[in-house]
Design a binder for this molecule. Structure first.
Ligand code: SF4
Length: 63
């Protein structure tokens, strides 16, 4: 699974980091999401998918 964040859409709510802390971290300066692991290892795929489904801005794409 690949995961990416559209930084033009991301508003830095941090839901992704709370949902999948091993996949997303937040930029210390602007709060935008940073993908830490891509491709996503199998054991983190469910967390990454949940984060994508939970993002209020629909900024996360999984493929
Ligand atoms: S939940 Fe969505 S909008 Fe919020 S920081 Fe993560 S990618 Fe950005």
């Amino acid at each position: 699974m690949h995961v990416s964040v559209d930084l033009n859409v991301c508003q830095g709510h941090g839901v992704c980091h709370m949902t999948a802390p091993d996949v997303f971290e937040l930029d210390e300066e602007d709060g935008h999401a940073i993908v830490m692991v891509d491709p996503v290892p199998a054991e983190l795929e469910a967390d990454a998918q949940l984060a994508a489904d939970s993002c209020p801005e629909r900024a996360i794409t999984v493929s």
